[in-house]
Ligand binder design. Structure first.
Ligand code: RVP
Length: 486
């Protein structure tokens, strides 16, 4: 019957990239991309908006490596704002007034010594009651006073010829000032010599360490945040806090009520608005007139039970290809979310049409993910749970699944709670992930992410081909950093 004449749909293991003529050396492949209309990344990677994956620690780590962390939403709105601010301020050139540790001239040397030690700083601007900068006190100033002059006052010990700069100072100018005057910190002052911020040598060096970082126009790290499908108030708060991308976070964004709210949110915020998740061309068509990005994935996640619970879903390669087909005509970036286990899966998603990929389980075991390391049978793990699991829904995310919060806790979950092997640093995981994607770009002869989208072709893999593709007929003795048998 007509009902049973169904289209075939494919996922990662069903396909491989056809090797093609190439002059691309993997190390030279350019992996920069767009995650949404106005936000660019230096690597095409996002960490999932899940409460066991992305809080500010992960988001800072992701952005420093060139990607984007999307903060989860199982926290209250005030916490969300604080988390966004943590990310946006992490690598700021000018430390803001409220975060600058200051001394006053009447404090004693021992008080100020203790204060700097507690705050973990090696120097502090000295200000009067009106915040006017009078001097700078540093470890070098204090040292001669220790033991014999500990009750002397800061006003006496401080360096009172202060080199200051204005708010719009550049890193280069600040460095020059520090070099000329052999100093390590420059207070930023307003026209009345009042303290408005501080630039430190340490801060500048830290920024230099992350030269591939993804930054906004003001040089701050980029940050994403998930908000509930009907939560326009939170979207507004996130926008005011300076977030770069707001992700309307829903398991089924082809719900027309969700789309109505998403459209309203888009009209009221400055940040880019990415809408998801969807998995079909029909859904994409509803979003292209307003969304700055579309996120794809109905049921591919490692902890996701949507397909078995609801009987609905779309194998991920087909889902990405369908959505990308529609989005391409409107120049809207597509993000492939979920189901990526290996770097090869990530570059296959790009070949199917994604501009960037989002991963949960891949990062949940790293130091930067929230939660502690657990040891079971001598092996180390970290907790990883679906946002549709009972535990996560109880913590506030039920509306992602278009379900009401309920008191009696009788949720119908669409995810499980699990553990994932402990993996160490995020940077080394990303190194493997991105390096593997670049290998793929070498095999298909594409120098850029958009080149992969255009040029790459798939071949179909049989069950025998699938077996052939993994290590076989051997016993692995030393596990590779980018492969473990699933
Ligand atoms: P994975 O990388 O395969 O672990 O998948 C992560 C993705 O799974 C998330 O970005 C999200 O889209 C989806 N997810 C999160 N929770 C659940 C669930 O409980 N079903 N699914």
């Amino acid at each position: 019957t007509e009902k049973l004449r169904v289209p075939e749909s494919l996922t990662f293991d069903d396909v491989l990239l056809r090797p093609m003529e190439s002059r691309v050396e993997p190390d030279d492949a350019d992996v920069s991309t767009r995650v949404s209309k106005n936000v660019e990344l230096n690597i095409p990677i996002l960490s999932a908006a899940m409460d066991t994956v992305t809080e500010s620690g992960m988001a800072i780590g992701m952005a420093r490596e060139g990607g984007l962390g999307v903060l989860h939403r199982n926290m209250n709105a005030e916490q969300m704002v604080r988390e966004i601010e943590r990310v946006k301020r992490a690598d700021e050139l000018v430390i803001r007034r409220e975060d600058v540790v200051t001394a006053n001239p009447g404090q004693t040397i021992s008080e100020v010594d203790e204060m700097m030690e507690r705050a973990g700083v090696s120097g502090a601007p000295v200000v009067d009651d009106d915040d006017v900068v009078l001097g700078i006190i540093s470890g070098t100033d204090i040292r001669p006073y220790l033991e014999v002059g500990e009750s002397d006052e800061v006003g006496e010990a401080m360096t009172d010829e202060v080199i200051t700069a204005e708010r719009d100072v550049t890193a280069r100018d600040a460095l020059e000032l520090m070099y000329d005057h052999k100093i390590e910190r420059v207070p930023i002052v307003d026209d009345d010599s009042r303290l408005v911020g501080l630039v430190t040598m340490q801060g500048i060096l830290q920024r230099r360490e992350h030269e591939n970082a993804a930054r906004d126009d003001d040089g701050r790290l980029v940050c994403g945040v998930a908000v509930g499908p009907f939560d326009d108030e939170r979207a507004q708060m996130a926008d005011d806090a300076g977030v770069d991308v707001i992700f309307i976070d829903c398991a089924h964004a082809h719900n027309l009520n969700v789309i109505d709210t998403a459209r309203d949110i888009k009209e009221s915020v400055e940040a880019d608005v990415v809408v998801g998740n969807v998995g079909t061309r029909e859904a994409a068509a509803e979003l292209v007139d307003f969304a700055d990005g579309i996120k794809v994935g109905i049921g591919p996640g490692s902890i996701c039970t949507t397909r078995v619970v609801s009987g609905s879903g779309m194998p991920q390669i087909s889902a990405v290809a369908e959505v990308a087909d529609v989005a391409a005509d409107y120049d809207i970036p597509v993000i492939a979310d979920g189901g990526i286990r290996y770097s090869g899966d990530a570059i296959k998603a790009v070949a199917a049409g994604a501009d960037a990929v989002m991963l949960g389980s891949y990062f949940a075991g790293t130091d930067e993910a929230p939660g502690r390391v657990i040891t079971m049978n001598g092996k180390k793990y970290k907790q990883y749970r679906g946002m549709g699991s009972v535990g996560a829904m109880q913590s506030g995310g039920a509306d992602r699944y278009l379900k009401e919060d309920n008191e009696d806790e009788e949720y119908v979950p669409e995810g499980v709670e699990a553990a994932t092997p402990y993996k160490g640093s995020l940077a080394s995981e990303l190194h493997q992930l991105v390096g593997g994607m670049q290998s793929g770009m070498g095999y298909v002869g594409a120098e850029t992410i958009s080149g992969v989208k255009e040029r790459a072709r798939f071949v179909r893999v049989s069950a025998a081909g699938q077996t052939e593709g993994h290590p076989h007929d051997v016993m692995i003795t030393d596990e590779a950093p980018n492969y473990s048998p699933s």
